[in-house]
Design a protein around this ligand. Sequence first.
Ligand SMILES: [Zn+2]
Length: 102
Amino acid sequence: MVYEQYHLPLSENEELEIEYVENSEWDGLSDPCPECEGEEFNHIEYNGGHYGQYQGTVVERTDYWDQKGSLYTECLDCGEVLFKNPAYDVLRGYLDGEFDAP
Ligand SMILES: [Zn+2]
């Protein structure tokens, strides 16, 4: 288990706690939860890339550049967090109104 914790300053008196979590006993969505053998997960990922227009239609040009990866995975049966990118806590803090983005 890899667990790292960071503190992101929001103002002089406030900070946002963000975490990196990686369960080294879990090998991805096709692998059951190492804590309870559960096979269903809440999973969030990011996906983006180079986009342009071709004959009036927007197309993704993965031959130029793309980015994708996991943000968060949690077992639905036992609630164990199997993976968390620190960006997840920043997004969550923003959506929960813990700070205002410009
Ligand atoms: Zn589980």
